[in-house]
Design a protein around this ligand. Structure first.
Ligand SMILES: [Zn+2]
Length: 342
């Protein structure tokens, strides 16, 4: 089969479009013919190398996958060959305390397609049956690939971690990112007021089009100043954040008393200053969030199937142009998900 792999870590030119062996499935696995695979920032980190993670090389990244079940193992009962499917990105043991609590991403053996197992930058990928979800309704393969990782991440951040309640004010940093565009819609769908930031005016227009009530250009305006203006100096109840160092203090200063800042990433660096007085004096909470559970994805998919939440797609590239797709992601000139088509 054709796949995009890297044999060593490095810049974009380590990505090679080449022949790779087709995956062999086990009895409890499904071979999926990939129709679409969405990019995530994770793909870029993995290509560059993450800390002391020892990825199997050569390696295929890609965590958000939709396609057709091409072949099913002898013990597979639920999934039928030919079925249109999407893959739940998180792979966990399914039998530990955390898995049974629905906190899959806290499972000790947790991984994600494209991390310690091959992902979707390929014509075929293999998956445990338990990760295979029928595509709901008439969702296209592109829409189905654009949903899983970002919607389950945003769902876990807003509900499981930050305990968002109807009517609260939510600030979404980077409203044009995959997680940001999902968080705007999810927060709005439960009656929150959403303030979104982005670094370009064309992205702010799009953020409004998908549901943001107010917007802030964070490259030209003060986030905390605008938040004070929008909230009558009160601050916001919840902040959804994945940028880190560059905007940390502005975010922290935007939190209301009893506000919760939930973060799932550090695209601008992970070392920040913390004003502890502002933390306890205002009874604020800082929360870490990482991926989410399969159950949360299934919940989000109900909203997707009914059209209450929508996949936000920026563009699609042929698989052989994966390097150009990653370049676009690095340039930040996108809004929503960038897809690959094998
Ligand atoms: Zn487990």
């Amino acid at each position: 089969m054709h796949a995009v792999r890297f044999h060593e870590h490095g810049d974009i030119d380590v990505l090679k479009y080449e022949e790779a062996p087709e995956p062999k499935i086990q009895a409890n696995e499904v071979l999926v013919k990939v129709k679409a695979c969405a990019l995530n920032h994770l793909d870029l980190w993995l290509r560059q190398g993450v800390g002391d993670w020892q990825l199997p090389l050569p390696h295929i990244v890609g965590s958000d996958i939709s396609g057709e079940a091409a072949e099913v193992g002898s013990q597979v009962k639920r999934v039928k060959a030919g079925e249109r499917v999407l893959l739940s990105p998180g792979i966990s043991c399914g039998q530990c305390e955390m898995c049974f609590k629905g906190l899959d991403s806290a499972c000790r053996s947790y991984t994600v397609f494209g991390v310690f197992v091959d992902g979707g930058y390929a014509e075929y990928v293999k998956s445990p049956e338990v990760n295979v979800i029928p595509i709901p309704g008439d969702l296209s393969f592109d829409e189905a690939a654009a949903v899983p990782l970002v919607f389950l991440t945003a769902w876990h951040m807003l509900f499981t971690r930050a305990q968002l309640k109807p009517g609260e004010d939510v600030l979404v940093i980077g409203g044009g990112s995959g997680v940001g565009s999902a968080a705007i819609q999810i927060a709005k769908s439960v009656g929150a007021r959403v303030i979104a930031t982005a670094g370009a005016d064309w992205k702010l227009e799009k953020a409004k089009a998908i549901g943001a009530h107010e917007v802030i250009n964070h490259s030209q305006q003060s986030i905390s100043g605008e938040v004070r203006r929008f909230t009558g100096k009160r601050g916001v109840d919840v902040i959804v954040e994945h940028v880190g160092a560059a905007i940390w203090e502005e975010c922290f200063n935007s939190l209301a008393t009893y506000g919760r800042l939930v973060t799932c990433g550090v695209t601008s660096g992970g070392e920040v200053k913390l004003n502890v007085q502002g933390l306890f004096g205002r009874q604020r909470t800082i929360l870490g969030s990482f991926m989410g559970g399969k159950a949360e994805l299934l919940e989000a998919l109900k909203f997707i199937a009914r059209g209450n939440l929508k996949a936000v797609i920026d563009s699609a590239f042929p698989l052989r142009e994966a390097a150009a797709a990653q370049k676009k992601m690095e340039s930040r000139e996108f809004f929503g998900k960038i897809l690959l088509h094998p």
